[in-house]
Design a protein around this ligand. Sequence first.
Ligand SMILES: NC(=O)c1ccc[n+]([C@@H]2O[C@H](COP(=O)([O-])OP(=O)(O)OC[C@H]3O[C@@H](n4cnc5c(N)ncnc54)[C@H](O)[C@@H]3O)[C@@H](O)[C@H]2O)c1
Length: 330
Amino acid sequence: MIDFNRKTILITGGAGFIGSNLAFYFQEKFPEAKVIVFDKFRDESRFSNGNRTSFGHFKNLIGFQGEIISGDITNKEDLARLNDFKFDYIFHQAAISDTTVQDQKIMIDTNLNAFRDLLQMAKRHKAAMIYASSGAVYGKLPAPHKVGVEAPANIYGFSKLAMDYLAYEEMKKTDLPIVGLRYFNVYGPREYFKEKTASMVLQFGLQLLRGEKPRLFEGSDKIKRDFIFVEDVIQANIKACFAKKSGVYNVGTGKARSFKDIVDILCKELGIQREYEYIPNPYVKQYQFFTEADIAPTCEYLGYEPNYSLEEGIKADIPYIKKIYDEEIV
Ligand SMILES: NC(=O)c1ccc[n+]([C@@H]2O[C@H](COP(=O)([O-])OP(=O)(O)OC[C@H]3O[C@@H](n4cnc5c(N)ncnc54)[C@H](O)[C@@H]3O)[C@@H](O)[C@H]2O)c1
């Protein structure tokens, strides 16, 4: 295990869901690490789909004592503020994480062009680059999803695949570790401020606590995804720092579970019995009906092993779901 104490760590997107969990991981486990969060934070601007253009929120960072820099990864002047540091590790989480955004230019500018600049920064700093790719690169391909066979069904998945191709090119030119992590469907604490794009674990949990019927898409017992608890995503990021080989790896549990399973588990954990409501799926055309990560290479080259089944992850998430309900909803 690497001792991150006295190391300088950059977390882009550190005010978001996964980035803020990483920031607290380092603060708690390696109090002498210097952690810098760089994030655009949210403002009032919205995409044409009605969602915010960025989801970073100060409440995800309450208690975080490292340095915080507000800035946009697509703005070179903002990035220049990072020249004051000498990074050992870069965890690049900042992105348009909303898979329903249609604006292709801003998606490519934010997810791909900015990554090009950050890869150059990693080289200048001689830093390891661990970045967030996505299971969305597989689109509607049949599972299990293996690195090397991709067919994104939307501009988000396309932008993440283009990041991976760029990373492969850079891997040929440098010995510095570059690891892309294709997260599947992540859920867990600090995701509330993603609003409508937060995981269905949180959304169903809040529907149940509000006394509503959980709203599932028709056929939800057969719509299956590889749902992964955020603690396992953090584990993958940490293990990526001492990967046996640079590369792109899937981060999931390797087991597809249905949306109905989520509601069943939540009902059990919350002690709630309620009828379910079934609604038509408006996203049918670009919807992933079955995702399951092949995690064999992740286990072999990163030493990664998922610790949370869906049952265990939801159980661990319940205090957060209740806290959000108490603090933000009632
Ligand atoms: N959560 C998931 O299920 C999931 C699955 C696959 C991949 N990912 C990827 O993981 C990463 C983290 O996702 P998340 O779920 O934490 O999402 P998130 O939206 O909570 O976090 C992304 C953060 O990036 C920031 N950001 C956005 N645009 C920026 C910009 N131009 N400059 C600076 N900061 C900017 C946002 O403010 C936000 O805090 C993203 O790259 C996302 O695409 C997430």
